[in-house]
Design a binder for this molecule. Structure first.
Ligand SMILES: Cc1cc2nc3c(=O)[nH]c(=O)nc-3n(C[C@H](O)[C@H](O)[C@H](O)COP(=O)(O)OP(=O)(O)OC[C@H]3O[C@@H](n4cnc5c(N)ncnc54)[C@H](O)[C@@H]3O)c2cc1C
Length: 374
C-alpha cells in the first residue's frame, strides 16, 4: 500500500466524520487534527533521532494529497504545521530542535505560520511587523492577518524584517505569550471553513534569541528553501487531492443517477466529455505535483520551476474540475446532497494563498527566461 493509500484510508475513518460539521459550522476539525497527532502524522517531517518519521518532501506531498482528497480544510491546517516543522528541522539550533521536535513527534504540540499581513498581502516576504531591538532581546509590534489553526496551534512562526541587519528573521512565539492577542472575529470563509484563520496582534511582545529560529537573516533561507518547496507544493497537493475527490464523486454520481426510462446520466455524451476532461485534469495535477516533489527530492535544477508549475496547474484545474462536477451534479449538487458545492468553495482558495497564482505565474515566466525574481 502506498503512503497516499494508507493516509487516505486513515482519513476516511478519522477525518471524514468531522468534515461536514467543520464546513457547516465553520469550526476547526479538532477531532480530526487530534487523530492526526495521535497516529503520528504530525511527526512526518521530524527526524528519527527526535522520535519522528523522517519523511521526505514526496511523503509530505502524498500525505497532504490524501488528506486533501478527504477534507481540504484539515489538509491545509496540517500542511501549514508541516511547513513550520520543516523550518525548525532545517534552520533551528540544536537547542531548538531538542525543545520542539520531540514534542511535535509525540503529538504534544502543533505549529502555525504567521507570515501574511494586511499591508503587504500576497507579498508576504515583505513583512511590516516591527522587531525592535531592546537592551535585552527584541520587541514585536504589528499584526498578522491570517493565522490558520490560530487558537489550536501552540506556537506561531512569525516572519519579520531582520532587526540586526539585512533580510528576514523568523521568531517562534507561543500562542499565549504576553502581548499576543487574537482578533475576536471568527473565521467565516467562503470555503476552507475549518481553518480558523484569524488575525493575530503582537503588542509589545518580548522575544529573545531563544525565540529566533536559527540565526538573524535566516528568514530568507526559510522562505526560499523551506516555504517555497514545502508550502507551494503542499498547496498543489491539497488541491490535487480535492480534484481527485470531486472527480471520483461525480463519476460515481453519473453512474448511479438513473432515469425512469432505465438510462443513467453517464450515458449522455456531453456528460462523458465533461467526465473525460475532469478526470484528465485531476490526474494531470496529481502527476505534475508528484513529479515536482521527486525533482525536489533529487535536488534537480528544474525543481523550483516544476514546483511552481504544479501549484499553477492544480489551482487552475481544481476550479475547472469542481465547476464541471457541479454542472454534472445538477440539482443534487446544488442542493448539497452531494459534497460538490463544498469542494468548489474550498477550491477557490487554491489560487489566492500567498504568493498567489498570478504572482507565481509572473515569477515562473521570469525564471524561465533568465530574469530575476524576488
Ligand atoms: C484559507 C486561507 C488560509 C490562510 N492561512 C494563512 C496562514 O496560515 N498564514 C499566513 O501567513 N497567511 C495565510 N493566509 C493568507 C494568504 O496566504 C495570503 O497572504 C492572503 O490571502 C493575501 O490576501 P490579500 O487579499 O491581502 O491579497 P492581495 O495582496 O490584496 O492580493 C489580491 C490579489 O491580487 C493579485 N495580485 C496582487 N499583487 C500582484 C502582483 N504583483 N502581480 C500579479 N497579481 C497580483 C493576486 O491575484 C492576489 O490574489 C491564508 C489565506 C486564506 C484564504
Amino acid at each position: 500500500m502506498s503512503l497516499f493509500e494508507e493516509v487516505r484510508a486513515f482519513a476516511q475513518c478519522h477525518v471524514a466524520p468531522y468534515t461536514v460539521q467543520a464546513d457547516r459550522d465553520g469550526v476547526f476539525p479538532k477531532e480530526a487534527y487530534d487523530a492526526l497527532k495521535k497516529e503520528g502524522h504530525t511527526s512526518l517531517l521530524v527526524p528519527k533521532e527526535y522520535g519522528g518519521r523522517e519523511g521526505s518532501i514526496v511523503d509530505h506531498v502524498e500525505t497532504c494529497m490524501a488528506l486533501g482528497s478527504v477534507c481540504a480544510t484539515t489538509a491545509l491546517c496540517y500542511m501549514m504545521h508541516n511547513v513550520a516543522t520543516m523550518s525548525i528541522v532545517a534552520f533551528g539550533t540544536q537547542e531548538q530542535k531538542a525543545f520542539y521536535l520531540p514534542k511535535i513527534a509525540a503529538g504534544e504540540i502543533a505549529l502555525a505560520l504567521a507570515f501574511s499581513e494586511t499591508g503587504t498581502g500576497t507579498h508576504f516576504y515583505n513583512p511590516e511587523i516591527k522587531a525592535e531591538k531592546m537592551a535585552e532581546g527584541y520587541r514585536l509590534n504589528g499584526k498578522k492577518s491570517f493565522v490558520t489553526s490560530a487558537h489550536h496551534a501552540d506556537y506561531y512562526l512569525v516572519l519579520a524584517a531582520n532587526p540586526e541587519g539585512e533580510g528576514l528573521s523568523v521568531f517562534s512565539t507561543p500562542k499565549n505569550m504576553e502581548g499576543l492577542r487574537h482578533d475576536d472575529v471568527a473565521w467565516d470563509g467562503l470555503g476552507m471553513r475549518g481553518n480558523a484563520s484569524v488575525p493575530v496582534y503582537y503588542e509589545n511582545v518580548s522575544v529573545s534569541n531563544e525565540h529566533l529560529i536559527g540565526a538573524h537573516g535566516d528568514g530568507v533561507g526559510i522562505v526560499f528553501s523551506v516555504v517555497a518547496p514545502f508550502f507551494i507544493l503542499g498547496l498543489a497537493s491539497v488541491y490535487s487531492g480535492l480534484s481527485l475527490a470531486a472527480s471520483t464523486c461525480v463519476i460515481e454520481h453519473a453512474v448511479s443517477r438513473a432515469y425512469t426510462d432505465g438510462s443513467n446520466l453517464s450515458q449522455i455524451e456531453t456528460v462523458q466529455l465533461h467526465i473525460a476532461e475532469l478526470y484528465t485534469s485531476s490526474c494531470a495535477s496529481k502527476a505534475l505535483t508528484l513529479m515536482a516533489a521527486h525533482a525536489a527530492l533529487e535536488g534537480r535544477s528544474d525543481a523550483l520551476a516544476l514546483i511552481i508549475s504544479a501549484r499553477l496547474e492544480s489551482s487552475t484545474n481544481v476550479i475547472d474540475v469542481c465547476s464541471r462536477a457541479m454542472k454534472i451534479g445538477g440539482g443534487h449538487a446544488y442542493s448539497k446532497r452531494l459534497p460538490l458545492e463544498r469542494y468548489l468553495r474550498d477550491a477557490y482558495a487554491a489560487g489566492i494563498m500567498a504568493p498567489s497564482t498570478d504572482v507565481l505565474s509572473i515569477w515562473l515566466g521570469k525564471a524561465l527566461t533568465g530574469q530575476q525574481i524576488p
